[in-house]
Write a protein that binds this ligand. Sequence first.
Ligand code: PEP
Ligand code: MG
Length: 583
Amino acid sequence: MSFSIHGLAVSRGIAIGRAVLVASSRADVAHYFIDPAQAQQEVQRIRIARDAVAEEIARIQRDLPKDAPPELAALLDVHLMLLQDEQLSAGVKHWIMERHYNAEWAITTQYEVLARQFDEMEDPYLRERKADLEQVVERVLRYLKGAASPVQPSARPRAPQGELLGDSMDVPLVLIAHDLSPADMLQFKQSLFVGFVTDVGGRTSHTAIVARSMDIPAVVGARSASSLIAQDDWVIIDGDTGVLIVDPSPIILAEYGFKQRQGELERERLSRLRHTPAVTLDSQKVDLLANIELPEDAAAAVQAGAVGVGLFRSEFLFMGRSGRLPDEQEQYLAYVRAVEGMQGLPVTIRTVDIGADKPLDRAHRHDDHLNPALGLRAIRWSLADPPMFLTQLRAILRAAAHGQVNLLVPMLAHVREIRQTLSLIDHARAQLDNRGQAYGPVRLGAMIEVPAAALMLPTFLHYFDFLSIGTNDLIQYTLAIDRADEAVAHLYDPLHPAVLRLLADTIAQGAAVGKPVSVCGEMAGDVSLTRLLLGLGLRSFSMHPSQILAVKQQVLRADAGKLQAWAQEVIASDDPARLVQAP
Ligand code: PEP
Ligand code: MG
């Protein structure tokens, strides 16, 4: 039966596909697609794991002391039975052979399917067996983790065999999860999922940001979507309104199919603006830059007509590596790839911003920090580990020998932090001098994303060559709402007068001393805010490549001079949203 679920629209467009549920309750599980040619090998891998676990359980049984309670032996029997249950092994085989999931993903998926069956059982004794099944699956996962996998991830999931949509199209897949970390999303970046849904997350959570960077429709904060939607259900994701429609009727399907085509046509229309310079009607030149997560994203940035990278979130090189951080050479090569990928255009590399909703990896996800967004994050994390930070600084300075590089520092709030950072940059240069290694000049920038920074702009402008406003965090910290928490998502307001005040001051004070200011938070890519930002004097916007052309269209239609007075009226109003909607 058809039903709908409401969440937060975070990445535009319509996606229609079959649900793939990722069991993120066992978050420490690798999810990737395998090459279909390796499916048999993957099935064999899980058989070996299952047999090894069976042997382990049998051994525990054999070694039970004589006086062990009989319930214990009976419980081990149940575990053995569950492990060898046909429904488990047939299901796992299905996910591997038909869907090309890796073994770990296959077994957790099948666990979710069986767990639901247990939940529905009347008999409380049987219902409780779910916990036993979970323990058995955990054992298998532990074994798989310890054993090296000969099967390589395949970047492109193949459509399920035997299932066709229309004539010959592969069945599209949409990913449904309780939660996905930014690192998980990155893993899926190369895949062919046509849409994403998570139960948790806010509009500017990093999971949402990565979804946007993939330019794939996504809805986050959909509360219980992952328990209401079943594996293989047909789902429509409306990334414009945040609505999910599960098991849609043919009429609804047709309607959304139409909307989908309209969106495609609009994109096609916009693509004609690619080579048009971003200049307002009154001849104000505007820089439209790209935000990237990986060096390989530079290609999409150039393709979208970006005039440089305004924000390279370098932390994505550090994530999902089980704590083994990239060394200097690996980082250097990655930064050079980004610089070369931009073909002579400038690249702003932000030093690592780990923490809050960007844990290093799954093991650190629930680090025992009371409030990670206010904890050891970004520059605080870097300054707490000078050797790690110096490694990154050397890599960036060396990459600057290959092109125009700007170095951007996140989340500064204290003068002490500014001084420490600058002195470490000097130290990194001295280390390279000592080694006789080449490096290039960099312009130094600070992110304005903590209200404290926005309230001491003269100091920041004294120490730095340019400023970049991280509105995602500036809003989070000004309004005291967790940007990743869907429960307070309704309070996340880019048009709050306090936020606009800080934004306007930063732009104005930068202009007053002739230092560039850009916005690299999600506000920069929001077309409904382009005119306001132009009116406030902003001439540099950094956003995901997928948003550049739509923002360019707004720039081309705007008269920045005329917008100035209106923008001042907006920021003086106690209801700016009303004026922005009806200028
Ligand atoms: C921001 O805070 O606006 C920003 C661009 O940085 P991030 O989203 O990575 O925190
Ligand atoms: Mg930030």
